[in-house]
Design a protein around this ligand. Structure first.
Ligand SMILES: N[C@@H](CCC(=O)N[C@@H](CS)C(=O)NCC(=O)O)C(=O)O
Length: 213
């Protein structure tokens, strides 16, 4: 198995949560290393000099950055439940939706919560447009990965857990049961999973953090 360390593993980050979830699913033991993003450690700068962001996985002294790439690495290196589908087409589709979530959903919904005025209105429209695609994609399925949690579920953890909390703190209505019943059901299903519950940050702590921003 080798020595596994997760940089950023003791903070609040939906991206770090993705890696924690993949490690949990595979049953990989690891050391979580805290990172102060306001005063980045020499270890972070050494292992992720390009982006200087967490998460970074350090496996036997080799560093891997970017959460989705780390999740794929974990899936390939360790035995256990598959995170990506084996079928090449389904695999490509999973990557497509994970990329879509990163590029279209997270930034738009984040901006919709934290901006004001015209920028907020524009981001809200973009968020609704993007979330509608996910609403269609999850229809009739328990998880994006089918019966089990897969890459897209892990990628979408921000939508399932963090977004409803931030929306509540900021009083912005985005992912409502009325507008997105399938996505709403998925979010509840995902957050009720035993592994997911173990890695998600405590809600009260997250609320306090966002209130103090
Ligand atoms: N695309 C990256 C995003 C990671 C990211 O944005 N991490 C944040 C913490 S949530 C970070 O390290 N921010 C520090 C900075 O931007 O300087 C990934 O998927 O890993």
């Amino acid at each position: 198995m080798g020595e596994v360390k997760l940089l950023g593993g003791l903070g609040f980050s939906p991206y770090v949560n993705r890696v924690e979830m993949a490690l949990k699913l595979k049953g990989v033991e690891y050391e979580a290393i805290a990172e102060d993003l306001k005063n980045k450690s020499p270890l972070l700068l050494q292992y992720n000099p390009v982006h200087k962001k967490v998460p970074v996985l350090i496996h036997d002294g080799k560093g891997i950055a970017e959460s989705l790439i780390i999740v794929e690495y974990i899936d390939q290196v360790w035995e256990g439940p598959s995170i990506l589908p084996k079928d090449p087409y389904q695999r490509a589709m999973a990557r497509f939706w994970a990329k879509f979530i990163d590029e279209k959903c997270i930034s738009a919904t984040w901006k919709a919560c934290w901006s004001t005025g015209e920028e907020q209105a524009k981001s809200k429209d973009e968020s609704v447009e993007a979330l509608k695609f996910l609403e269609d994609e999850i229809k009739g399925k328990k998880f994006f990965g089918g019966d089990n949690i897969g890459l897209v579920d892990i990628a979408a953890n921000f939508i399932g857990y963090w977004l409803p909390i931030i929306s509540e703190v900021k009083g912005v209505q985005l992912l409502t049961e009325e507008d997105f019943p399938n996505l709403w059901r998925w979010a509840n299903e995902y957050c009720s999973d035993n592994f997911v519950k173990e890695i998600l940050p405590n809600k009260e702590a997250l609320v306090a953090r966002f209130k103090s921003r």
